[in-house]
Design a protein around this ligand. Structure first.
Ligand SMILES: Cc1ncc(COP(=O)(O)O)c(C=O)c1O
Length: 384
């Protein structure tokens, strides 16, 4: 393992030393240097609020988008900032003009909030949400692509595909999924909440129609830093969730201003990109993926159980089946998570195929020792 990571860099974050942080995936964690940059922007704003909003912000926002564009393989002009991936997905979904009997394809492992949005919009007009199944555990990329392709019909208006699933931590074969949807003339909205800085991104090469990504998870930007990438030919008739003065004036006019708010999380994102590069950039991502694999194997051995996936579909998060006798209910899963919190750590627990699964995350500040501690806690909890 790279010696300059893990414990050696933990001081860069304000993490509580008494709490075992192995759930970076849920809300990220922002390093001190990035928080300081955010505070600097806030101070600049508050020194001259009206001048800042009129004369500094427009250019600063575009500069931030250019920096982010270089990181995700996109042009800054195709990036609008949003508060979070949920909002980015909502912007695309609410801009759709769905008609009765239209169909929108989602995944069985799709993120609940985004699936809710699709369901809500479909129910309002009598359209249909169609589910493509993601097999789990031991997912098969071919089967996922096949299931999505099989769900597409001439009535399909959109496919909503997660880049990395939340409740099962699977890195989906996105390039192949986008190609299959485009072959059927169906545009693709990628829910990339977990993508940026968990895996390398290249919007130009991917060719997806829209990609909503969070910078506040794996890139460690401040909370509220997220983006919506829209391919140039997919920017017409795309509107932010909050309609404001820019309506009808083009993608950037619409997204760059949706009412007064604190833009400091977006403006500090360039410092998060620099910080990520300082810790290794792509080398850091590969290191975290390897650490998640080692951590998953460690828990699998200690608990005498199985992993959710290995190999190409595994990212910086791992899934471990908890070896529990009896029914795997949502209540039991929630109770286990509450007990993990009580024991000084946190890891999401999810029910899949009659079993409860635990998700672990591997971030720059984690070492393999963290998962030895996690295994100790889980073994004790399961014995109780
Ligand atoms: C796949 C997926 N989509 C959307 C979200 C929501 O992210 P946010 O709360 O930042 O909108 C998450 C959060 O974990 C996620 O995993």
């Amino acid at each position: 393992m790279t010696p300059s990571l893990g414990k050696a860099v933990r001081h860069e974050w304000a993490l509580d030393a008494d709490f075992l942080s192995v759930n970076h995936g849920s809300f990220g964690a922002t390093p001190r240097v990035v928080l300081a940059a955010q505070r600097d922007w806030q101070q600049r704003l508050e020194a001259q609020p009206s001048r800042f909003m009129r004369a500094v912000l427009p250019e600063a926002l575009r500069h931030a988008a250019d920096r982010l564009g270089a990181f995700i393989g996109a042009d800054g002009k195709d990036i609008g900032f949003v508060d979070n991936a949920t909002t980015g997905c909502n912007a695309v979904l609410r801009s759709l003009r769905l008609k009765p009997d239209d169909q929108v394809v989602v995944l069985t492992h799709g993120y609940g909030a985004v699936r809710n949005t699709v369901r809500y919009l479909c129910e309002r007009v009598g359209a249909r949400m169609v589910e493509a199944s993601v097999p789990f555990p031991r997912p098969d990329p071919d089967a996922i692509v096949t299931n999505i392709a099989a769900a597409l019909t001439p009535r399909t208006k959109l496919a909503v595909v997660d880049h990395i699933t939340s409740g099962s931590a699977l890195v989906l074969p996105l390039q192949r999924i986008v190609a299959a949807c485009h072959a059927a003339d169906v545009p693709v909205l990628v829910d990339g909440a977990h993508g940026p800085a968990q895996v390398p991104l290249d919007m130009h090469a991917l060719g997806a129609d829209w990609y909503a990504g969070n910078c506040h998870k794996w890139l460690c930007a401040p909370k509220g830093s997220a983006f919506l990438y829209a391919r140039p030919d997919r920017q017409d008739d795309l509107h932010p969730v909050t309609i404001s003065h820019g309506l009808g004036k083009g993608f950037l006019e619409e997204f760059d201003w949706s009412g007064t708010r604190d833009p400091s999380a977006w403006l500090a994102t360039a410092v998060a990109i620099d910080f990520h590069a300082r810790l290794g950039g792509e080398t850091l991502m590969a290191r975290n993926i390897a650490l998640a694999a080692d951590a998953t194997s460690l828990l699998v051995r200690r608990l005498d159980t199985e992993p959710g996936t290995t190999g190409a579909m595994a990212g910086c998060m791992g899934m471990v089946r908890l070896p529990l006798a009896g029914a795997a209910t949502v209540e039991r899963s929630s109770d286990l998570r509450a007990r993990l919190l009580g024991a000084g750590t946190d890891a999401p627990t999810h029910v899949h195929e009659g079993a409860i699964w635990l998700r672990l995350s591997a971030a720059a500040y984690n070492d393999i020792e963290d998962y030895q501690r996690l295994a100790d806690i889980v073994v004790k909890l399961l014995a109780e």
